[in-house]
Design a protein around this ligand. Structure first.
Ligand code: PLP
Length: 516
């Protein structure tokens, strides 16, 4: 039986422009990088630790890439260690430096706006007995240097400060941070993941001890990171095994990925030259969004030197980000709420909270991050969709907070629960009681079975897909729809009592109508 092209899918691609505005989450791999990686995969499969010809060729590529990365960050190649990702780089530095100093010295000073790969490692170290203190930041995320002066003392062995934040783009004065740390003999680590390719990096001039980088944020492949370790700064391997990376990181090097990282770094100068245009486009977008919603709040610093050229964190008071992101996605536009790592969760981002946003404001905030391929047309389109949505030309979908989904709502005669989770999530977790499971790919084949007079509660794993399906149902005349914010994931966490008691009870699997 031939599968018909589904109406729902047509609905999804009606506006089939794809506008990617989430470059801080990751970037597309550039043609230049892909070509170099293809060559490496095709021809250079040798193990760089092998002494025969094809091994030596791989070793040569490895060292060329190391030179490219070193050039891009103004380091010596001997100071660059390849890792599997920046998360590994951050873990490796924090754990190894802590092991070097603790218990003689106990304190790490950091900021409340670090990436989770730093934050969660610091939490781990705290549990081992170390002391972690956070220097306050202002409403744009700028580290308060006088407060840092007060915090760093003789017991401090490391100051860990992100160079450019992934959520609002704030750039720290890392030279000033280093100066303060040095006064007390503390080392400095900086997460430069978001900065490389967007602002100039000069680890030698800044005099930092450690810096982390990741290829996939600058049009390189995922799964390869780099770590700068200043000559002479203490560092012990995170992974033990072979003698690769001068004994600092065991494991056969991922040559094609490393080649891709090197190729991406070859284009850093070009990216930096283009940064002014990216910043200008961001400026145009801000202006348009301010015209559309004059009370919007810009959470990113407004001074150019204090903010990444591509990053905009913006709050639309009274507009839930899940609904807005759902409609943007429906129109082919990718943006994010907070960091990619925290999507799917209902908890507001720790960065937005640190810069003073309330939980509600954080839920009304989106992050837009442009790339070098973003065009003026993309910006115009994005603004148009936001305008249509806010003017009510695209209907709103109501949201239900997970805490509000209680027994009264769950078991009301008036409630009809629609489970639109993909099959793999259903295998992992039991769903809401009394739910009606449908296959989200064939929504149009269930329309006759879904009651029009009841209150529909639509839910998915994380709260994104259900928004899109809710819009589809709205377009089909269903009037009473609420979408479970944060999805089953959030409800399981916030109402674990109800989940324990009722999950999976009385679930019905609906059969689609007609031919599929
Ligand atoms: N640090 C920052 C600031 C980031 O934005 C990210 C990725 O989102 C990371 C670290 C982790 O990088 P990776 O994906 O290479 O582990």
């Amino acid at each position: 039986m031939e599968i018909k092209y589904f109406e729902f899918m047509k609905h999804l691609i009606r506006f089939n422009r794809q506008v990617y505005l989430d470059h801080n989450a990751t970037t597309p791999v550039s043609d230049h990088v892909r070509d170099k990686m293809d060559q490496a995969l095709k021809h250079h499969y040798g193990n760089p630790s092998s002494f025969y010809g094809i091994g030596r060729k791989s070793a040569e590529l490895l060292e060329e890439a190391r030179q490219d990365v070193a050039n891009a960050i103004h380091a010596d190649p001997s100071e660059v260690v390849f890792t599997a990702c920046a998360t590994e780089s951050n873990n490796a530095v924090l754990k190894s430096v802590a092991a070097h100093f603790y218990p003689k010295k106990k304190k790490i000073i950091s900021t409340p706006i670090e990436h989770p790969s730093v934050m969660n490692t610091l939490t781990y170290l705290e549990a081992q007995g170390l002391v972690v203190e956070f220097c306050p930041v202002d409403d744009k995320g700028r580290v308060q240097l006088p407060e840092l002066e007060k915090l760093v003392d003789e017991d401090t062995f490391l100051v860990c400060c992100i160079l450019a934040n992934n959520e609002n783009g704030v750039i720290q004065d890392i030279k000033a941070v280093t100066k303060i740390a040095r006064k007390h003999g503390a080392l400095v680590m900086t997460d430069c993941v978001q900065a490389l390719g967007k602002i100039p990096i000069d680890v030698h001039t800044w005099d930092v001890d450690y810096a982390s980088f990741s290829a996939h944020k600058l049009y390189g492949p995922k799964g390869v990171g780099a770590l700068y370790v200043k000559q002479g700064s203490p560092f012990a391997p995170f992974l033990h095994g072979g003698h690769q990376e001068s004994g600092l990181r065991a494991g056969t090097e991922s040559i094609h990925n490393i080649v891709g990282f090197g190729a991406a770094c070859q284009k850093v100068e070009k990216l930096l030259k283009h940064a002014g245009q990216v910043r200008a486009l961001k400026g145009q977008l801000i202006q348009k969004l301010k015209e559309i919603k004059p009370d919007c709040i810009i959470n990113s610093p407004v001074v150019d030197s204090e903010c990444l050229p591509n990053t905009l964190s913006i709050t639309f008071p009274g507009v839930e980000n899940a609904g807005l992101m759902g409609i943007l996605d429906y129109r082919g536009i990718a943006v994010s709420a907070g960091s990619a790592c925290s999507t799917g969760e209902d908890a507001p981002s720790h960065v937005l909270k640190a810069i003073g946003l309330s939980d509600q404001a954080a839920r009304e905030t989106i992050r837009i991050s442009l790339g070098h391929e973003t065009s003026a047309r993309d910006i115009q389109y994005m603004a148009q969709v936001v305008q249509d949505y806010l003017k009510g030309q695209i209907p709103f979908v109501n949201m239900l907070a997970p805490a509000q989904l209680n027994e009264t709502v769950l078991f009301s005669e008036d409630t009809y629960i629609l489970d639109v989770r993909p099959p793999d999530d259903r295998k992992r977790f039991k769903g809401l009681p009394n739910a009606h499971e449908i296959n989200p790919l064939y929504v149009e084949h269930y329309l006759k079975q879904i009651p029009r007079d009841k209150q529909l509660v639509v839910y998915c794993p994380g709260g994104g897909l259900s928004v899109m399906i809710s819009y589809y149902l709205k377009s089909k005349g269903f009037k009473r729809i609420i979408n479970l914010r944060g999805g089953l994931d959030a409800w399981r966490k916030q109402r674990s009592d109800l989940y324990e008691k009722y999950a999976g009870h009385n679930v019905q699997v609906l059969e689609p109508d007609g031919e599929r």
